[in-house]
Design a protein around this ligand. Structure first.
Ligand code: GLC
Length: 665
């Protein structure tokens, strides 16, 4: 049962699809104050758990910190950070009273979950213009499922997107891409995608190709496809200002860019230097930008990643003017006591500043709306622009699409990657803990940069991270320019990487099937143990193990130099270990705590009592997977309902996609 409360004049976000009539009374939980902005306050019970917030810092239980939904291009994801790239304003409180809340508000909103006062939950924002949804249900799991129904079906990627992908900021030439292909194929490490970062573009211009390096691009795309590789180019939000560049010129002519109050196009700077920002909230602009993807789809491209769409603003024309004025002032000041710290402060706050967000406007159905008020929708609407275009380009085909910034609603158009993490063990753990929360907010196709984006990775960190990535729908190794080379074949123990990634391919029938079931029934692919074992006090608090689909539990190793880890089993399970040489070991473990040994080149998983999962023979690409020779592992006599389809089309509801498999007694 969901109740909707309307405060002031909310901006329509299209996050919720179900039509719900607004309630007249007061909210059944907590207290609302609207005198000074908006505030929801709720006295939590000491044992309540708060779930949700999707892409956010810290753990599955969000208690004990303050989180701010304010999509930010901040690559330093340290434990103290309050804002990441996304704004996922859904929480579910479970305990004495159990209910869910969705604050559909597209500007900055703060979730103080026991930060100021240990048992106090306060959600506040500057303006009392929002829709608040209160979702009731017996358990947090039921609440999440209801919420997921309201916000519509999660994005479904093509099946090739369940393969492994290699990326790096810095691949510049066809030879660079061929080298990656060769590195993987020569070493027989499975690979399905190579990502193209900004260097494929001409001068970082969206929908352009570096003319010298990528002549006859369709032939190159084809060459890669013949090797079962999809090239996945990046698209950035800012459009370079350059005379003669058609995207820029069309955007100006069509009034498709965000404008200042005086009607001039706002100028910020990103990788290409000065750019305009498409007004994705304006329907015609969204359509126009979406149609630009044709430039690449017509050359054979089947997937993209949308970036810099918080939007990232390194500086604006205005903030640069202010900085220059300050520099001039400093230069003219001949006193010895130059306030350099003033300059440092100014430079430090130049990028992604709220001052800039106040400087430009969107045209929403003819109404001029300041960016500041709808800031958190920008990445969502950029990805919506692409998603809507793909429907026009080829309505019967799935395209790969994931974005850096997002808001709930975007989950219908694409997945996400969690942006610029670091090659830190703590980020491997953060990646793991975030997964169920992302799923609660609809983002099923998700993953982090395996190995870490910033900083130099180490072989063991990459191995452990790949062993987690085996289970995440988006499985991509990505690294920043200037960091240590991170492709799996750059390391000493190449064949161990092969073994790890082969496990992914062997599990694709199961992972894909569980993904599809979760997407088609608005369910979770990754669940906290608490959702499956709500009466088990130990299980309810566990944050470093997850349920994946309906059959298995995962417990990755995330500490350096560990020989294994402690695992809690809420019931008897079959401990399965994929060893380096393709051998699978099985052992029944009783309910309780166990230390399991896991070498760097091994992948552990646990099959729930009475269940089994399908495992294919290893292949080097998704195209080659043979679903006819599947073996079942798990409990004797168990059955598994396998979902399979062609991985491209959208005829999801066809009952022929389901097949019952049964293990011998
Ligand atoms: C941003 C992205 C990163 C990408 C880089 C260059 O930092 O998050 O993934 O490699 O830009 O395009």
């Amino acid at each position: 049962m969901t109740k909707k409360y309307v405060y002031g004049k909310p901006i329509c976000t299209d996050a919720v699809l179900t039509k719900i009539e607004a309630e007249q009374g007061t909210v059944p939980y907590g207290k609302i104050a609207t005198e000074n902005g908006f505030e929801f306050a709720y006295q939590m019970d000491a044992d309540d758990i708060v779930y949700g917030l999707g892409e956010a810092n810290r753990g599955i239980n969000k208690r004990g910190y303050c989180y701010i939904s304010d999509c930010a291009d901040d690559p330093e994801h340290t434990e103290d950070k309050r804002s990441f790239y996304a704004a996922h304003n859904f929480i579910a409180i479970a305990g004495k009273e159990t209910f869910g809340l969705f604050f559909d508000y597209p500007s900055t909103i703060t979730f103080d979950i026991g930060y100021t006062k240990i048992d106090m939950l306060r959600v506040s924002c500057d303006e009392a213009n929002l829709n608040l949804y209160v979702i009731e249900g017996e358990t947090p799991y039921e609440i999440v499922k209801q919420f997921r129904k309201m916000i519509g079906r999660s994005y479904i990627p093509p099946k090739f997107a369940f393969g492994f992908g290699q990326s790096r900021w810095g691949y510049e030439t066809k030879e660079d891409f061929r080298e990656v292909l060769q590195g993987y194929r020569e070493n027989h490490i499975p690979l399905d995608m190579i990502y193209m970062d900004i260097d494929y573009m001409q001068d970082f211009k969206d929908f352009s190709l570096n003319e010298k390096e990528f002549s006859d691009f369709p032939a190159f795309v084809q060459e890669m496809k013949e090797n079962h590789i999809r090239l996945i180019p990046i698209i950035d939000a800012g459009v370079k200002i350059e005379d003669g560049y058609s995207v820029y010129e069309e955007g100006v002519a069509g009034n498709y860019f965000c404008q200042r109050e005086d009607g001039s196009n706002f100028v910020g700077a990103v990788w290409p230097g000065p750019v305009h920002y498409p007004d994705f909230l304006k329907e015609e602009a969204r359509k126009w930008f979406g149609d630009q993807y044709r430039f690449l789809t017509e050359q054979g491209i089947e997937g993209f990643w949308n970036d810099m769409n918080e939007p990232s603003i390194f500086y604006s024309e205005e903030s640069m003017e202010e900085t220059k004025a300050l520099l001039k002032e400093l230069a003219e000041d001949d006193s010895k006591d130059l306030p350099v710290w003033v300059l440092m402060g100014k430079l430090g706050s130049l990028a992604n500043s709220h001052e800039d967000y106040k400087r430009f406007y969107h045209d929403i159905d003819g109404e001029k709306v300041c960016h500041e008020k709808v800031h958190n929708l920008y990445g969502y609407y950029m990805t919506r622009s692409a998603g809507e275009a793909f429907e026009r380009i080829d309505p019967d085909k799935r395209f790969l699409m994931f974005s850096r910034s997002s808001y709930i609603g975007m989950h219908r158009y694409g997945g996400i990657w969690t942006g610029d993490n670091k090659s830190w063990w703590s980020h491997l753990l953060l990646n793991l803990k975030m997964l169920p929360s992302l799923n609660m907010c609809g983002f099923l196709y998700a993953g982090a940069d395996l190995g870490g984006f910033g900083a130099d990775t180490t072989e063991d960190l990459l191995m452990r991270w790949v062993a987690l990535g085996v289970f995440t729908p988006l499985m991509r190794n990505h690294a920043a320019k200037g960091t240590r080379k991170q492709e799996c074949y750059q390391f000493e123990h190449i064949k161990d990487f092969r073994s790890l990634i082969e496990v992914r391919y062997r599990l694709i029938p199961y992972l894909y099937s569980e993904y599809m079931k979760a997407a088609l029934t608005d369910d979770l692919y990754f669940k906290p143990l608490a959702f499956v074992y709500p009466n088990d006090e130990q299980a309810v608090r566990i944050e470093d193990q997850m349920m994946l689909g309906n059959e298995i539990m995962i417990a990755p190793v995330y500490t350096q130099n560990a020989k294994g880890r402690v695992v809690y089993l809420p019931e008897e399970m079959k401990f399965i270990k994929f060893l380096a040489d393709g051998v699978i070991t099985e052992k029944i473990l009783e309910k309780g705590y166990h230390f399991i040994e896991v070498a760097l080149n091994e992948v552990p998983l646990f099959v729930r009592k009475g269940k089994c999962i399908p495992v294919a023979a290893p292949t080097e690409t998704v195209d080659e997977l043979d679903e006819e020779t599947i073996e079942l592992i798990g409990y004797e006599g168990a059955s598994y309902e396998l979902y399979t389809d062609d991985g491209v089309g959208k005829d999801y509801e066809n009952p022929e996609h389901y097949k019952m498999l049964k293990m011998e007694e």
